[in-house]
Design a protein around this ligand. Structure first.
Ligand SMILES: NC(=O)C1=CN([C@@H]2O[C@H](COP(=O)(O)OP(=O)(O)OC[C@H]3O[C@@H](n4cnc5c(N)ncnc54)[C@H](OP(=O)(O)O)[C@@H]3O)[C@@H](O)[C@H]2O)C=CC1
Ligand SMILES: CC[C@](O)(C(C)=O)C(=O)O
Ligand SMILES: [Mg+2]
Ligand SMILES: [Mg+2]
Length: 338
């Protein structure tokens, strides 16, 4: 088994007294900044004027321009969207870097795909929470945490790994478990997971199930409860105790259906498609196309986002959720602009 690091294995003193700049105050930024501050670290936010800056001020944080925060900090955590990091780094972060600083990421995209090349005399490492930022915050507040990965790309000071571990403890990741990886492994597995399983795979599975029932004449509300709402409840059981735990709670009829029909839906062809997705990530095709999509003002991204918004499952779901206020908090209400 891989070596896991937990709170008791980590000495956070190496990060004490260091000035940390969290650049960006979105999904990950707000969680890192608030968790680090509540863990006793010295945090400032680097952000452009706007909604995020206003939220950070309202949350009681020390808010500065990106250039100012990056310049005064020892540890600079870049929590901007991946597609804007290169431009902001070159214009506002790089000019303030000095030998011995740490340039830090939550995802390896820009370093691994060589969009950002840091000076040799700074540490470059990552702390990648394996969960959405809003859950990094909520679980920390609940006394728990979201697991994380650390990786060191450049160790100019000889302290990079210890700093990464201390930071991971500060955001609560080491309450759940932290393991060491490389920028290559983090970048490729993270992109694969979100595309094939967590976001791409799950959304397409849910939409296809919903559409199949509705096209067969069943009520959309029933299709929503069956293929969308209940998915969380089923996945919660898997999360809590594995597939066996979920199967213990569902009927034997459901479990038998899982064995005979699951492989009819997610087939050898689906797995071959997953391998194609992984190849495109590994050989840089996905990164190249995403960078190009941004350079041309996101035409496909915008059209596809609208298509999801217009899908019947979103309309039906919104109405049903209005009647279930207990369902939970909305990440988009916690951090506007996502
Ligand atoms: N979302 C997640 O849960 C996860 C994200 N990551 C990684 O974390 C990083 C951040 O992603 P995420 O939290 O999703 O990002 P978000 O889109 O949620 O937030 C981005 C933040 O950057 C600010 N910003 C955008 N452009 C600029 C700019 N030009 N100058 C200054 N500030 C700017 C935004 O402010 P404004 O309001 O002004 O637009 C916002 O505060 C990425 O590397 C991502 O891959 C890793 C693990 C999980
Ligand atoms: C699953 C999507 C993710 O990789 C994450 C929350 O971990 C992301 O990039 O947001
Ligand atoms: Mg991820
Ligand atoms: Mg990701």
């Amino acid at each position: 088994m891989a070596q896991m690091y937990y709170n008791q294995d980590i000495n956070e003193k190496v990060l004490e007294g260091k000035k940390i700049a969290v650049i960006g105050y979105g999904s990950q930024g707000h969680a890192h900044a608030l968790n680090l501050k509540e863990s006793g670290f010295d945090v400032r936010i680097g952000i452009r004027p706007g909604n995020s800056a206003d939220r950070a001020k309202n949350d009681g944080l020390d808010v500065k321009s990106v250039a100012e925060a990056a310049q005064e900090a020892d540890v600079i955590m870049v929590l901007l969207p991946d597609e804007t990091q290169k431009a902001v780094y070159e214009a506002e972060i790089a000019p303030g870097l000095v030998a011995g600083n740490a340039l830090v990421f939550a995802h390896g995209f820009n370093i691994h795909f060589e969009q950002i090349v840091a000076p040799a005399d700074v540490d470059v490492f990552l702390i990648a929470p394996k969960g959405p930022g809003h859950l990094v915050r909520r679980t920390y507040q609940a006394g728990a945490g979201v697991p994380g990965l650390i990786a060191v790309y450049q160790d100019a000071t000889g302290q990079a790994k210890d700093l990464a571990l201390a930071y991971s403890k500060g955001i609560g990741a080491a309450r759940a478990g932290v393991l060491e990886t490389t920028f290559k492994e983090e970048t490729e597995t993270d992109l694969f997971g979100e595309q094939a399983v967590l976001c791409g795979g799950a959304v397409e599975l849910v939409k296809a199930g919903f559409e199949t029932l509705v096209e067969a004449g069943y009520q959309p509300e029933i299709a929503y409860f069956e293929c969308f709402h209940e998915l969380k409840l089923i996945v919660d059981l898997m999360y809590e105790g594995g597939i066996e735990n979920m199967n213990y709670s569902v009927s034997d009829t459901a479990e038998w259906g899982e064995y005979v029909s699951g492989p009819r839906v997610v087939t050898a062809e689906s797995k071959a498609a997953m391998k194609d997705v992984l190849t495109d990530i590994q050989n840089g095709t996905f990164a190249r196309e995403w960078i190009q999509e941004n350079e041309t003002n996101r035409p496909q991204y915008t059209a596809k986002k609208q298509a999801v918004k217009d899908h019947q499952i979103e309309q039906v779901g919104a109405k049903l959720r209005e009647m279930m206020p207990f369902v939970g908090q909305k990440a988009s209400a916690e951090v506007v602009g996502k």
